[in-house]
Design a protein around this ligand. Sequence first.
Ligand SMILES: Cc1cc2nc3c(=O)[nH]c(=O)nc-3n(C[C@H](O)[C@H](O)[C@H](O)COP(=O)(O)OP(=O)(O)OC[C@H]3O[C@@H](n4cnc5c(N)ncnc54)[C@H](O)[C@@H]3O)c2cc1C
Length: 456
Amino acid sequence: MGPMSAALEQLVATLGTDVVAVDPNVMEKYRFDWSKSPAGHPIAVVRANTAEDVATAVRWAAQHRVPIVPRGAGSGLSGGSAGVDGGITISLDRMRGIEIDTASQVAIVEPGALNIEVKAAAAAHGLWYPPDPSSYDICSIGGNVATNAGGLCCVKYGVTTDYVLGLDVVLADGTPVTLGGKRIKDVAGLPLVKLFVGSEGTLGIVTRAILRLVPPPPPASTLVAMFPTVAAAAEAVVTVRGMFRPSMMELMDQASVNAVEDFTPMDLDRTAGALLVVQCDSPGEARVDEITTVRDVCRDAGATEVFETDDPDEGELFIAARRAAFTAVEVRGSLLLEDVGVPVPLLPQMLAAVEEIAARHDIEIPTVAHAGDGNTHPIIVYDAADPDSEARARAAFDDIMTAAVELGGTITGEHGVGRAKRHALPHQLGPEVMALTQRVKDALDPDGILNPGALL
Ligand SMILES: Cc1cc2nc3c(=O)[nH]c(=O)nc-3n(C[C@H](O)[C@H](O)[C@H](O)COP(=O)(O)OP(=O)(O)OC[C@H]3O[C@@H](n4cnc5c(N)ncnc54)[C@H](O)[C@@H]3O)c2cc1C
């Protein structure tokens, strides 16, 4: 028995076999995230029940210099929670507690609670937790915090970081710290809560989050418009966003509409070049004015058909179609999922660049977008059994990121850098900011054991 396995035996003895899984069949379930990015073989998966379990495992890993991959629900799209060889994966999926403090209007949440569970718990008290990634029914709050997840309503209501008031974090040496709290305003010290939000498990492990809740929004009206081209839909988005903020502005191109129709027929117009789903939820007459404006702008931009409804269930059908896009496209082949974002006025140029790149590499790239944020998801479909197809897909993946950066945009708007985009980060940040990022990482994780290979 080598020294490592003796050490592992010690971890198993401390936390118990129910918490520390070493059975390859159990561990396999925790190896990949949704993107199926390449993953190594961890030596154990720690399924923590408490923050103390997390701290114990991290202290053990620090002592033995064992890499740690924090993991929420594994719905990530950048390989951030993919297992690493010789490391341990610390899964937070059992830590699911949610407490609502109605007097402070906050939720106190353990990291493994799903986004949908937090929303439901808040709603039971007449409150709302806005961040709504399309994966809200399969992703955890810890994962949302670690990736600073966005979603459909963030065009008006902001992203995860706008709702995080406090965090409990286990640092790389196993020390637990409490940052922030149930305070709406608090500027004491450096803004460390913000530092951990979006840090992708590279600076610490979140074991509790205090989330700001707000009153629920007024009812929304939904508008769906069909356009002859993606360019026409994108122009409509830019015009509307120059006037006001709808509560949702989602775009699907023809290929993604057809993929969804093939997957679950929803009676969408397969011939449309692009489809725009817009919601407005301002109170009273303002909502009517906004929807009327959106309709006029869409018509002026060349929309061939415009449909409006105040029925929430009918509106939800179109949103469900948009949410189904990744799953629908997945059946067409292997995927490389893009997440580039640009300033909203440059959305037409970004989408045109994607079309040009698809044609140049002769590869299928259905595209959906949180268009109101300028955040696009070109989904590159390739045949993993064909090396030429994979090479063209990877070239297209990089070209799309390059195009975004050249437009003053970002390589990732919400999915994170993870392992899939690490190579492209220096191109966006430049040498000075990369060096600063590395200094922050070194200060918090001097031995580099937290999520090695992700982000940096
Ligand atoms: C169909 C589909 C649609 C999606 N739509 C959206 C969308 O609209 N918007 C969006 O933002 N994302 C979207 N995603 C991506 C994904 O759901 C989010 O990135 C989500 O926040 C990941 O949460 P998770 O719990 O699954 O995290 P995981 O995949 O388990 O992990 C993601 C990252 O967070 C780290 N991490 C997880 N938990 C912790 C913790 N407690 N402490 C420290 N680090 C931790 C991991 O190390 C990893 O780096 C979508 C995914 C799918 C499959």
